[in-house]
Write a new protein. Structure first.
Length: 236
């Protein structure tokens, strides 16, 4: 199993500033404080707090952080060399196997024989591995950023700050989908006789609701009339 780096423990990127690391540390300490956990989670929280404190002890110190970054870079270089050595070993075995194949199987496709293109297969395999690794790291970083953002906002709310909700493209898309589903449900209920009668009675008996709905319908009609006039004006 891959061991988490100190940056992953503090849920920050490796390029994070000292201020970001300090904020992340404070948020995580509050989030995983044993006194704020359920009894069954206290032991796990204590281990997590210990890891967080150890990570911050190094990343919070500029000198120790530089030493850790150098060590991390060396470990990754070793892993890279081991991977490349493993790839070369696999390639050598494939080459030996290819050399042992009889010439009958090395003829071209025109004669209906199989042409073993191990090099292309190896390249495709490596590209697929690299793409999968990239997607995993990207998803992990997005999850870490989302978790850190939620924890940070919760921490600010606990201090009494009011957080203004930030709309993203995903939030807007989800909102539109929810509205569309609600409209479809309302249309279905409107077309179904029993619920249609109930909705009409509810509409007639609530003047405020009736006024709001009439305003909305008027706005929609106005939009459609404007669009229709614009289109018909073009073709005149």
């Amino acid at each position: 199993m891959k061991k988490d780096t100190l940056y992953e423990i503090l849920e920050v990127s490796e390029n994070a500033s000292a201020e970001v690391i300090e904020k992340a540390y404070k948020v995580l300490v509050k989030k995983y404080h044993p006194d704020l956990q359920e009894e069954a989670e206290k032991q796990t929280a204590e281990k997590k707090i210990k890891q967080i404190n150890e990570a911050y002890e190094i990343l919070g110190d500029e000198t120790k952080r530089k030493e850790y970054d150098l060590k991390l870079e060396q470990e990754r270089e070793i892993q890279k060399n081991n991977y490349e050595q493993s790839v070369r070993h696999t390639q050598n075995n494939q080459d030996k196997y290819t050399n042992n194949i009889s010439d009958d199987y090395k003829t071209d496709n025109v004669n209906g024989q199989v042409n073993y293109n191990y090099e292309n297969e190896r390249i495709k395999y490596e590209e697929r591995l690299m793409q999968e690794e990239y997607e995993k790291r990207k998803q992990m970083q997005e999850d870490l950023n989302r978790e850190y953002e939620n924890a940070y906002y919760n921490y600010l709310r606990s201090l009494g700050y009011k957080i203004k909700y930030k709309w993203t493209k995903e939030n807007v898309k989800d909102f539109i989908i929810v509205i569309a589903i609600m409209i479809i449900i309302i249309i279905i209920l409107w077309l179904f006789p029993p619920t249609h009668n109930w909705m009409m009675n509810f509409y007639e008996q609530n003047p405020i609701l009736k006024t709001i709905i009439n305003i909305i319908i008027g706005i929609i009609k106005g939009i459609f009339v404007g669009i229709w006039n614009f289109i018909t004006g073009i073709f005149k």
